[in-house]
Ligand binder design. Structure first.
Ligand code: HEM
Length: 372
């Protein structure tokens, strides 16, 4: 079957081979009642276990209930297979202490140091209305209707407890997270995900992806930190730049995706060679210039209609997982924000940071149980 197992030591949707579609949502918690929040996480875990198995969100289903009550599933996924659906949850810094400094749920003492707010990066044009959030849910599937159905039903179940702060649809994965996958292309037309962390590289995943015992509060062991950045790509300007310039900006060839000066996609970039410019993206993002840091990138293309100025509102919804953003995303992005030739074509418009707890072990467990 095409169902991805929901229960496990780690959450699905991180090293799971990246599916083609994304529906991402960030919620704010409306209540300050800890018991209601915990009940929601239990209800969500049960619904997620069902939906990822290709079933209705509730036990009765979309059409079998009494006529006097709203159904416990919304119905648009009837007849559709599980489609590789994964649902991954993360907790934002504001769940532990809100913007006014209030510790609504008595969680402040359990906030990981790694969940420190991201700094403002040079050139940032972040819109707070589409950034942050108390809880995020990443739904990935190979059918967009299945991903939307999952988010919609979780929002429905959460009515009165959480409200949607912002959301994002994505199509076309921009990374591979398994060596079994072919490398896809982003909206600049370049292969994206070549040098990504892959599911098969288990030693590297232990080193760079999964939070280990002793890293911080015990409830995050087996979890991972997620950074999201909605990055508008000025594709019309890009499309008017010569092929050679495009390749120099990325540091790889457009066809094969090989490092400039080499011939095959998976050849290791030779950073001692001057053929890769000093301001090329892959040089500045490379582990050798970032203290060895590696990310698991899991982003998606987006086109949110047009911008009213004759341009497509298009770009990359960047998602990266790591063991600690302070040693991984932050230094890499600082390096890119300062020096990357690609910046001329990019605008970072939204930012998010979430602590994704370990996996839900079985039907009696729920997302974040060790936190509460
Ligand atoms: C590599 C595109 C944003 C981190 C690459 C590659 C491309 C690319 C085409 C080469 C293929 C590959 O190895 O995957 C883009 C575009 C971006 C963007 C179009 C924005 C819209 C970012 C951001 C970060 C990042 C924000 C992290 C802060 C990396 C890393 C690599 C990489 C770590 C691998 C470098 C290596 O080890 O060779 N990116 N990227 N990228 N990118 Fe980006």
């Amino acid at each position: 079957s095409d169902a991805v197992t929901f229960f496990g030591r780690t959450q699905a949707g991180i090293v799971t081979p990246a599916q083609d579609r994304l529906h991402f949502v960030a919620f704010d918690v409306l209540t300050s009642d800890r018991a209601r929040l915990v009940q929601l996480l239990k209800d969500w875990s049960a619904a997620a276990a069902r939906m990822t198995a290709g079933k209705d969100a509730g036990e009765i289903g979309a059409t079998a209930g009494i006529l006097e009550a709203p159904p416990d599933d919304t119905g648009e996924a009837i007849g559709l297979p599980a489609s590789g659906l994964t649902i991954t949850v993360g907790f934002g810094p504001t769940l532990f202490r809100d913007a006014t400094g209030k510790d609504r749920f008595g969680l402040a003492a359990r906030k990981p140091a790694a969940l420190a707010d991201l700094p403002r990066f040079p050139g940032d044009t972040i819109d707070p209305a589409i950034s942050g959030g108390d809880i995020c849910v990443q739904a990935c599937a190979n059918d967009p209707q299945v991903a939307v159905h999952a988010i919609r039903n979780l929002a429905r179940i959460g009515m009165g407890v959480v409200s949607v702060r912002w959301s994002q649809l994505g199509f076309g994965r921009t990374s591979s997270t398994s060596t079994a996958q072919a490398t896809p292309r982003n909206l600049f037309g370049f292969k994206d995900g070549t040098a990504n962390l892959k599911a098969e590289e288990t030693d590297l995943l232990d080193q760079h992806l999964w939070v280990r015992a002793g890293d911080g509060p015990e409830w995050m062991t087996g979890g991972s930190y997620m950074v999201t950045r909605k990055i508008r790509m000025l594709i019309e300007t890009w499309d008017r730049s010569p092929l050679g310039d495009q390749e120099n900006i990325v540091g790889r060839t457009k066809g094969e995706g090989a490092p400039i000066g080499q011939s095959r996609e998976f050849d290791e970039p030779d950073l001692t060679s001057t053929s890769i410019p000093t301001d090329a993206h892959v040089r500045l993002a490379h582990p050798t210039v970032n203290n060895g840091a590696r990310l698991l990138r899991r982003g998606y293309n987006f086109v949110d209609g047009s911008d009213g100025l004759g341009r497509l509102n298009a770009g990359l919804f960047f998602i990266a997982y790591q063991r600690d953003p302070r040693t991984h995303f932050v230094p890499i992005q600082l390096n890119l924000a300062r020096h990357d030739a690609m910046n001329e074509y990019l605008r970072h418009v939204s930012s998010g940071l979430f602590a994704c707890p370990p996996g839900v072990s079985g039907p009696d467990d729920y997302w974040g149980r060790a936190l509460f």
